[in-house]
Each structure stands twice: as structure tokens, then as C-alpha cells.
Design a protein around this ligand. Structure first.
Ligand SMILES: Cc1cc2nc3c(=O)[nH]c(=O)nc-3n(C[C@H](O)[C@H](O)[C@H](O)COP(=O)(O)O)c2cc1C
Length: 375
């Protein structure tokens, strides 16, 4: 039996479009580098999702690229052509059969795409500004019609998600990829309708939202979720500040989205600049949004008490990433009153038991400090 102090985490949640979640815990979107060469989902990746879709109420998939020149990771699955619909359907079905809602994260990597993953090595972005990481290629500035075409691609992948049986899409506007590149004064130096002022830097993100929503209105017969993920702040100057983030949040709140999802590594991380406030970014954002749109919080939630503490801030939904890789039974353990059995460190011998595909396992093992690992 669930320890009553965690009961709130297991209260059902209903989105304004009527879609109901069984509890408040969501699998965070996590790239697994494990799709097939042809862009279809692989057996190992589908098995990884099946292993993690039983306790959570909703699974947000790894990102899928909407345009050929938006592929950001090797082994990223494709969502940019109709030939991929059966592959997308396989993933949606596998997740839904375990009882969770399935949401496809839709993405364009922009200047973060490795040249060898995009046609002719032609890496594109809002402006010809490379990412800060050393060795990043200088992207080519997109033309006006290319921008329109990528917006259309976000809509087309949404249509494919509907046809494949997903319950929704999440627009990946976070983590420094193309949508964020348009919003950021660091990467967007345009002087046309896509850049210049903060308002104009919002044009591309909002155009993507509008296109996706238009496609949903036209094609979805059943309620279909549209969420948006964003990162508060950028470390660079110029770069997105907390003040800019709140302007983005205000704009998104007016778009009738089903949820907003904050991307941070630590739920309790505080603003660097842009506001005089000692609370965490998530708390500030949650307060700004109020009950206008449900917010998903995330970040370094490992134990049941970590989740409870985050939930007690008033945030309605929590996404869990690394911890659900480390312990796929995390939700069930809390639900069954076995929260003391939760494992919070990855054991180097457990890859098979945890159903983690090889490329993801290698990435984790080769990136010290990313995951807590048992020594
Ligand atoms: C292996 C891995 C892959 C990730 N891939 C994505 C992704 O495709 N899209 C995304 O929005 N965030 C991605 N993230 C970020 C997570 O969704 C999450 O925000 C972050 O890991 C913090 O949450 P956690 O502490 O619960 O892991 C990834 C994180 C990990 C660990």
C-alpha cells in the first residue's frame, strides 16, 4: 500500500482537452542513440521503452527530427517522411500497451547538428553563429522560405504522430536546438521578421506552435496534446535571461497549449540573472503561469521524498529522466509502499537487467558525472 504521504503523486490528472493521466509522474524525453540506420525505431529501443512505460502515466519520447537537416544525434529516429509512420506507430503502440499516454517529442537540431548527419554537411540556423562548444561548425543562415518550410515540417511530423496513434506531441524548444536558437539573442542576429527585437525572436517559436495546432485541429479525431518544452536562461551573454524566459512563458501561455515543460538539470536551480528572486527557476515560472497552463517540472529527482518536495511547490506534474533509466520500477515501488527499495545509482553490471540499449549505455559510461554510478 502506498505510504499516504505520497498519495498526491498518484492522484489522476485531467488536461483541459479531457485526456486523463493516472498519476503525476512522466518519463522525461531522453535520446537513446539506438535507432536503426534507416531512421526506424530499433528492437532494443522499443524494449527500453516497454520496460519504462508501466508505472508512469505518460511517456515523452526521445526527440525525433522533423526535417532531414534537423538530425541532431546518431541513432536518432526519424519523423520527417511518411515512410516513418509504421515505425512511429510501433513506438506509440508499445508505450500505450503498457498503459501510459505516448507523446512524441518533435525537434530540429539547427546549428547543433553534426555535419555528418545532415545532407551535404549543410548545417543551418537562425544566423551564421556557431554554438559555444569548441569545434562547433558555423551554420548557414536559413532563408525566409527555408524557415517557412521547417515550420511546415513541424506540422507534417505532427500529422504523422496523429496517424501513428500518439496521444500528443511535445515541441522541443529547449536545450539550445533550433527553436531556442531563434529565440536567443546569442544565436539570432537577424533583422527581418524572424529577429531583431525580443518580440520578433518569438516569431519562429510561435509560428511552430500555430502550425502544430492547426494540424491538430485539422487531423486529430480524438483529443491530442500539444506541449512545449523550453530552457530557462542561457549562460552566454548576450543570451536568454530569466526576464526573457518570462516573456516567452507569457507568450506561450496565450497559445492554448496543453502543457509547458521546463528543462533544467536540477529542479531547485536558481536564476543566474534577469530577476531579483531567490526562489528556484521552476517556482518562479510556476508562479508566473499560475493555473493558466499545467507545468511539468523536472530535474535530479531520485527519491520519493525528492518527488514529494518538488510536488509540494504546487507544480502539478513531474518528469523523471535519469532515475527511470537507473530504476525502471521507481513509480511502482512508491505506489506499493516499497520506496525504500528504490535504487539511485547505476550498477555497472546491470545493463541487460535494466534493458538499456548499447549506444545509450556507452554514452552514459563514457560521460563521467552525467549519471550517478555505483563504484
Ligand atoms: C540520456 C539523456 C537523453 C536526453 N535527451 C533529451 C531529449 O531528447 N529531449 C529533451 O528535451 N531532453 C533530453 N534530456 C534531458 C532530460 O529530459 C531531463 O530534462 C534531464 O535529464 C534532467 O532530468 P533528470 O534529472 O530527471 O534526468 C536527456 C537527458 C538524458 C539523461
Amino acid at each position: 500500500m502506498t505510504n499516504p504521504k505520497y498519495d498526491g503523486l498518484f492522484k489522476p490528472f485531467t488536461f483541459s482537452n479531457g485526456i486523463q493521466l493516472d498519476n503525476r509522474i512522466i518519463l522525461a524525453p531522453m535520446t537513446n542513440y539506438s535507432s536503426n540506420e534507416d531512421g526506424t525505431v530499433s528492437d532494443s529501443e522499443v524494449n527500453y521503452y516497454i520496460r519504462r512505460s508501466k508505472g508512469v502515466s505518460m511517456v515523452i519520447t526521445a526527440c525525433t527530427y522533423v526535417s532531414a537537416n534537423g538530425k541532431g544525434f546518431s541513432g536518432e529516429f526519424a519523423g520527417h517522411t511518411d515512410e516513418m509512420i509504421p515505425s512511429l506507430k510501433r513506438l506509440a503502440t508499445a508505450i500505450k500497451e503498457q498503459g501510459a499516454k505516448a507523446v512524441l517529442q518533435i525537434f530540429h537540431g539547427g546549428c547543433m547538428c553534426p555535419p555528418d548527419l545532415v545532407p551535404n554537411g549543410d548545417v543551418v540556423s537562425a544566423s551564421a553563429v556557431p554554438a559555444e562548444q569548441e569545434g562547433s561548425p558555423t551554420p548557414r543562415e536559413l532563408t525566409d522560405s527555408e524557415i517557412e518550410s521547417i515550420i511546415h515540417d513541424f506540422g507534417e511530423t505532427t500529422r504523422r504522430a496523429i496517424e501513428a496513434g500518439f496521444d500528443g506531441v511535445e515541441i522541443h524548444g529547449a536545450n539550445g536546438y533550433l527553436i531556442q536558437q531563434f529565440f536567443s539573442p546569442h544565436s539570432n542576429h537577424r533583422e527581418d521578421r524572424w529577429g531583431g527585437s525580443l518580440e520578433k525572436r518569438l516569431t519562429f517559436p510561435l509560428a511552430v506552435v500555430n502550425e502544430v495546432k492547426k494540424v491538430v485541429d485539422t487531423h486529430a479525431k480524438d483529443p491530442f496534446l500539444v506541449g512545449y518544452r523550453f530552457s530557462p536562461e542561457e549562460p552566454e551573454t548576450p543570451g536568454i535571461t530569466m526576464k526573457d524566459t518570462l516573456a516567452l512563458v507569457d507568450a506561450l501561455t496565450n497559445e492554448n497549449l496543453d502543457y509547458l515543460h521546463v528543462s533544467v538539470l536540477d529542479f531547485w536551480s536558481k536564476p543566474r540573472r534577469g530577476v531579483e528572486d531567490t526562489r528556484s527557476r521552476i517556482e518562479i515560472i510556476q508562479e508566473r503561469i499560475g493555473d493558466r497552463v499545467p507545468v511539468i517540472g523536472v530535474g535530479s529527482i531520485y527519491t520519493a521524498d525528492d518527488a514529494l518536495k518538488a510536488f509540494e511547490t504546487g507544480i502539478p506534474l513531474l518528469a523523471i529522466g535519469r532515475e527511470l533509466i537507473i530504476d525502471p520500477d521507481w513509480v511502482q515501488k512508491i505506489k506499493e509502499g516499497r520506496e525504500n527499495e528504490i535504487i539511485t545509482k547505476l550498477n555497472r553490471d546491470d545493463q541487460e537487467k535494466l534493458v538499456i540499449p548499447d549506444p545509450l549505455w556507452q554514452a552514459i559510461m563514457n560521460t563521467p558525472g552525467w549519471f550517478p554510478i555505483e563504484d
